[in-house]
Ligand binder design. Sequence first.
Ligand code: ATP
Length: 668
Amino acid sequence: MAEPKENPLMEKIVSLCKRRGFIFQSSEIYGGINGFWDYGPLGAELKRNVKELWWNTMTRQRDDVVGLEATIIMHPHIWKASGHVDTFADMMRECPLTKKRVRADQVEEQSGTAISFVGCVSKQTLDSILVVLQPTEQDDAGRNALVKWATHIVTTESMPLEQQKALAEKIMSETKGDVKKAANVVLQMHVTQMLRDNSCREPFAVLLAAGKPPESARKIAAEFYGARGINEPILLGEQAAKVENSPDFHPESRVRLGDPRPFNLMYKTQNGPVESDENVVYLRPETAQAIFAQFKNVLDSSRVKVPFGIAQIGKAFRNEVTPRNFTFRSREFEQMELEFFIKPDEAVEAISGSVTSASQLATLDPQPNWGWEAWHKYWVEERIKFYEGIGLPRTTLVEYWQKPEELAHYARATVDILFKFPFSKRDAQGELMGEELEGIAARSDFDLSQHERFSGKPMGVFDEELRAAWGKLDDAKKAELAKRYHDARLKYFIKTGVEQAKAEKDAKEDADGLAKGQYIPHVIEPSAGVDRLILALICNAYYEDQMPDEKGKMETRVVMKFHPRVAPIKVAVLPLLKNKPDLVKKALMVRDLLRPHMNVFYDDGGAIGRRYRRQDEIGTPFCVTVDFDTLGEKPELLDTVTLRYRDDGKQDRVKISDLLPRLLEKIR
Ligand code: ATP
């Protein structure tokens, strides 16, 4: 379904982002570039906070996850192994006139009168034939007959050469030397060929809005066929038909779209000075593959063992067909991805005697008997907790479990965490349905297996615990687990195109390996987009409320209610007046006291109420005002300041010495 074109709330948010320096259009002074966005001073701070919070939560606060920072351009075989070269594509349709593309599933529906043509023939050709034939009938009738013949020709398949020859021989024998008859047939064939060579058989249609004359469609069609090399085209087979809510016409040109074709989303470039097919490389479309490619190096160089994870934050690039919804679908964006490697269920069962399924989970504290289902559920919960911890309430999120038919062939389960963006579609009850913020996929052992096959380097691990446990199993259990593992491996090999005999041999080897403590780890992948999260935080923070101004009169205030953890500026320090050196000195002292611990903004310009509003609008959760009481005008208030809270505008009197611990408690 097409999204609503206008969204007043989004318009306000986009405008605030520009006005206050959160997000700007990239290259704006040159008219911008579609799908690319820059973060201004406040956006850059917000983004940095979000990435740091993710990094700390996912790596530093855990014993079982380590980090990685890989290059954007990698060996192109990585993208062959991952499947991106062959299948990372969106179905798209192209306007044959303007060459503009749209995603096949996102074409806006349109109505009107479609004027269509089956093709065209060159006027010059038609004229030259008429000169030779010198029709005895009136000129127009001869011409019309010829146009009819041309229409027939462009709509029927041309005759293969062999058939033409056979036909010519047949004519010669049938006319038994009647030269006149034979000459007529040969002439007819010649004319046919001329028309064929100077016509275009591509059908074309354009949708006219109500009241527009067909002549405008003919003009556009002439432009289209002109671009196909037919000058002064005579349009053939014109028809008009009413069209209602059709997804077949380009929303801008209103020309009928071509058939859906896959369009690879990877940006290609050349590595090194020589332009050749061997030097083609890609800007990574996701950060995950580097983690798989470096899996062995990380394992061998760090004190980690399965289960453990590798986390990475970095840029990704996708040549999205239709970037839209502000930064939601960009062409350059950042991802925060974790690959969490776990033992295959057969290994868990051999070691622990059984595997806990998701429905039996009594605790979300990782346990040795957790299989992929439990780990997957654990990560879904961890990630939702993360979002709650930075100010996205659970009610703004949707946990969407992909249906079996939506899953990639290697995925066992995928949960998309959706955020209810203002531009999300609504369900029958009018509730926002949400758009993907993060996907959490149980990807089996597909990725490492692919890299093992394509690189020829082993990606398996040796698990001493498994080897020891296996020795203690009875034969029936050994056989059962080995068979299950064998069957899963065989399925993977067959699905990825390995020929049957080799697949069976390799699957057997893998099952034998399991008995010796070897396996390729499975993986759970929580994969989030930084930019989408920033947009979600901005949309979630935007409020308009009523607050009294300096004179107590109620006014509408725009306030960004960011969670203090992510807020770009944590505290603004404001001297009541800027022309009182003692006030300024004290305020600068407070600023310097706080600055090593948080992002502080010092503002001495304008009325205090206006300064509060400026901070509200950029989401600064606290304002500290230094006034005459701070200097001891009321002796009992010496060295105290006013601490103002953004959300309700309430104020506390706080000792300067208590300020830092008070604020730190709130922003950490
Ligand atoms: P979508 O279906 O919306 O195109 P996806 O399922 O292709 O997303 P993944 O490949 O799972 O996305 O990427 C993981 C995350 O990266 C997404 O959940 C999203 O947050 C982010 N992401 C993906 N594509 C884009 C994009 N074009 N712009 C911004 N963020 C993106």
